[in-house]
Design a protein around this ligand. Structure first.
Ligand code: ZN
Ligand code: ZN
Length: 313
């Protein structure tokens, strides 16, 4: 593990010194060298993540496809979403929007003498075990994610944005970042607020996000396997999440859909929204069959999302 960390640090340093720093110098932007150092790390992590997911999941999609496609044209826009997210453009924009809000709230609460309690204070036994603390953080974050996702389906205005995620009819491991940018901001706010309230530290935050991201990439894969009878109930699998995207199934019915969980199907089991029996493979939104357009290009998708929000599309 230490070797990996050291190798990463060396790569990060070399990239910064040989590429980023000379570019900043040439552009007269040396004042920004400190944030640029952090940004280089973020971009590098993003690229390694994309590389790792591609190497692991692309062969699985080729060998065990859930659906064979004549061409992969519809997937291209999802590749763009993934790069915009993983090399940091979307997170940086969300961060820039949220930072003043989070700082302001933090300052205000501290001025009032309130310090977020953190789970270690609620469960003193966790003080001795960083690993268990991390597991508890994940449980809380995943629980919050489950309810965020249920509301995205339940509230018409939120569905106007979230439906963009569901409109992909060629679902692949690239699809997990396919979201409306406004939805990204709301999700970022939701996730950071919960993390802040339970006292997740910056390193644990990054680790949690990376783990969640990996499971999300896998669960969107165009592969036709699950994790077996018990595995399906332990961790969200490609089959479980494909049912969430299933046309006519994943966003309809009494609960406005099924299989909302990000990591743990447990929440769907407890709150009555699990569907382990569906075996169909086709994904999308029912009204697409009637010709409703969700856009093919990135800009069209974003624009149509805003129009749906305004009730004009
Ligand atoms: Zn959904
Ligand atoms: Zn999804």
């Amino acid at each position: 593990m230490n070797d990996i960390v050291a190798a990463f640090a060396a790569l990060h340093g070399a990239l910064f010194e040989n590429a980023v720093l000379p570019a900043l110098f040439a552009l007269g932007l040396m004042d920004f060298s400190e944030p640029a150092f952090d940004a280089t790390e973020f971009v590098l992590i993003g690229l390694i993540q994309i590389g790792a997911v591609y190497v692991l999941l692309r062969p699985l999609e080729a060998w065990f496809p859930a659906e064979p496609w004549a061409d992969r044209k519809a997937v291209r826009v999802d590749v763009l979403y993934t790069f915009l997210h993983r090399i940091g453009l979307v997170p940086i924009a969300v961060y820039a929007l949220l930072r003043p809000l989070v700082d302001g709230t933090d300052e205000m609460l501290r001025a009032l003498g309130y310090i977020p309690p953190g789970v270690e204070d609620a469960i003193p036994a966790l003080h001795d075990s960083p690993f268990l603390t991390f597991v508890v953080y994940l449980l809380v974050l995943d629980f919050a994610d489950y309810w965020r996702h249920r509301l995205q389906h339940r509230w018409g205005l939120w569905w106007a944005l979230h439906s963009l995620h569901h409109s992909q009819r060629q679902l692949s491991f690239w699809a997990d970042d396919r979201n409306h940018l406004l939805d990204d901001v709301i999700e970022g706010l939701w996730f950071s607020a919960i993390a802040f309230m339970i006292g997740v530290g910056p390193e644990q935050f990054v680790a949690a996000v990376m783990l969640i991201r990996f499971v999300e990439s896998l669960s969107h894969g165009n592969v036709r396997f699950g994790f077996g009878r018990w595995g399906e109930r332990l961790l969200v699998s490609p089959r479980f999440h494909r049912t969430h995207h299933a046309i006519g199934v994943g966003h309809e019915g009494r609960r406005y859909g099924c299989n909302f969980a990000t990591l743990l199907p447990l929440w769907d089991i407890v709150f009555g929204s699990a569907n382990f029996s569906y075996r169909g493979m086709a994904t999308g939104i029912t009204d697409q069959l009637g010709g409703r357009d969700y856009g093919e290009s990135f800009l069209a998708q974003q624009w149509l999302g805003l129009k749906r929000l305004a009730g004009r599309a």
